[in-house]
Design a protein around this ligand. Structure first.
Ligand code: AKG
Ligand code: MN
Length: 208
């Protein structure tokens, strides 16, 4: 990756989370899309159901030891894709981003791949299906811009919104690890990174 050639990058504080704008160069982003195509070929995207039986608007898959999954039985991590095959390995360029931004953390064992097509969004939620909340969450944005909302550890807490752009990386650590967050909307056609349009988000987490 070429992005670190100019020394350490500075992050912007967004309600306790740290946003690294343009952390991935356009070349890094294109390379990332290529490795993700291989992940999706091995572990096809699917639309999980929420515990209330509603299909999520985001399509997803995972890489790593665990994949995040949801159905009427609830949210959880599973060790195999719904087809029965193990999840593919987390690609090296993804590990590199983690090591560059959170070198003190344990390696991630889940890379959730979210694909937002036209009209897809993600309601306000906390990431809390993991065992150790001292470990950060790292979130990588690729493709169309998305309006990300982040609040406090209370659902009713005050929120702030920021547009996440292709190549941006966000770290939810410390007090922001359990902050409520979500995606209100995606600006369709704002990026030409993905052949078929849309937005990819990679969410890296330590599960155990
Ligand atoms: O798409 C995003 O930027 C956030 C995704 C997210 O919060 C999640 O998958 O838990
Ligand atoms: Mn989340």
């Amino acid at each position: 990756m070429t992005r670190n050639d100019n020394g350490p990058v500075a992050g912007i504080n967004v309600r306790g989370a740290t946003l690294y704008r343009g952390f991935l160069t356009p070349a890094d982003q294109a390379g990332m899309v290529e490795v993700l195509r291989r992940v999706v070929a091995e572990a096809p995207l699917f639309s999980p159901e929420t515990r209330w039986g509603r299909k999520m608007s985001v399509r997803m898959t995972s890489a790593g030891r665990y994949g995040w999954f949801s159905d009427r039985r609830g949210y959880r991590y599973i060790e195999r894709h719904p087809s029965g095959t193990p999840w593919p390995a987390i690609p090296d360029p993804v590990h590199e981003i983690w090591r560059a931004l959170v070198p003190e953390a344990r390696p991630p064992d889940c890379c959730l791949v979210n694909l937002y097509g036209e009209g897809a969004k993600m309601g306000l939620h906390q990431d809390r299906d993991e065992a150790d909340f001292s470990q950060p969450v790292v979130s990588i944005s690729l493709g169309d811009e998305a309006l990300f909302r982040i609040g406090t550890t209370e659902r009713s807490g005050k929120t702030e919104s920021v547009w996440l752009k292709s190549g941006d990386v966000l770290v939810l650590g410390g007090a922001a690890r359990l902050a409520f967050h979500g995606i209100d909307r995606v600006r369709t056609g704002s990026s030409s990174l993905l052949r078929d349009g849309g937005r990819i988000n990679l969410t890296l987490r330590v599960v155990d």
